[in-house]
Design a protein around this ligand. Structure first.
Ligand SMILES: [Zn+2]
Length: 273
């Protein structure tokens, strides 16, 4: 499942490729991919719009247009691919084709079909219609002071569940949460209110460091994540705990797997207290 580093990788790759491109009428192979507005309004309104730049909030990719904003959430298995000649790399799982006036195109693929696209008129609609329950971007919009303030409001929450909660802060998913808690030696079941000031600062630093590493390696690919040219990320080779049940931690102890916040959670019982 794409998390912040995967979406940021896609954003960085796509921005130079598609900025300045003008959409022609989209081809909706699976119309239910469009969450809002209606399929007809989506197609009519997007046609003729120019891409200005790409931003991101958590796992949402935000494509800013000369008028309006196109938003993409990849959910479980969505991916985007840019094609210079406009042809999709394959037909399988192709849900939406977004061709441009220069005959190149952006294609949206999704095996599981949970991903969604929105087209909104302006920033106000972006916040009311798409990002209403989405917290600040954990990488770009949360400094240490804000992090302390946010944690202060959620003292009774367990730390793993809290980091996964996109309403608390947006961007972290299962993989990077486990990696970050291992990096700062914090047990996933600790309550936020039990963390000392030093532990909180170390957690904050670990979040930033793990996400930065994930972006540097082009994201993590277990099954479906692909970057915009169809290549896989390489952060999976750097994972210290996620998916490593029974393997040795840096301390020599065996990594364990538990269920926390409804998710398979990997940690080291020796390092993480
Ligand atoms: Zn350990």
């Amino acid at each position: 499942m794409p998390e912040l580093p995967e979406v940021e990788t896609i954003r960085r790759e796509l921005e130079p490729l598609i900025s300045g491109k003008i959409f022609v009428r989209p081809v909706l192979h699976m119309p239910s991919t469009i969450e809002s507005p209606s399929v007809e309004e989506f197609s009519t309104t997007l046609t003729g719009r120019t891409i200005e730049n790409l931003t991101r909030r958590g796992k949402y990719l935000i494509i800013n247009l000369d008028r309006g904003i196109l938003v993409v959430h990849l959910r479980m298995t969505g991916n985007l691919s840019y094609s210079v000649n406009g042809q999709p790399r394959e037909e399988r799982f192709l849900r939406v084709s977004l061709p441009f006036t220069d005959e190149s195109a952006l294609h949206y693929f999704d095996m599981r079909r949970f991903g969604r696209l929105w087209l909104v008129a302006n920033r106000e609609e972006l916040h009311t219609k798409v990002l209403k329950r989405v917290g600040p971007d954990i990488l770009e919009e949360v400094d240490l002071e804000k992090f302390l303030k946010l944690l202060g409001k959620r003292q009774r929450s367990k730390i793993k569940a809290l980091l996964l909660d996109q309403g608390f802060a947006a961007g972290m998913g299962n993989i990077y949460t486990d990696e970050c808690l291992h990096r700062c030696n914090i047990h996933p079941r600790r309550q936020a209110g039990s963390l000392s000031r030093t532990e909180t600062e170390e957690l904050y630093a670990a979040i930033k460091a793990v996400l930065a590493d994930g972006i540097e390696y082009g994201g993590t690919t277990f099954r479906d994540y692909r970057n915009t040219s169809g290549a896989i990320g390489s952060f999976q080779s750097k994972l210290a705990v996620y998916g490593c049940k029974g393997e040795k931690c840096r301390c020599g102890a065996k990594i364990e797997k538990i269920t926390e916040a409804g998710r398979g959670t990997y940690y080291c019982p020796n390092c993480q207290k």
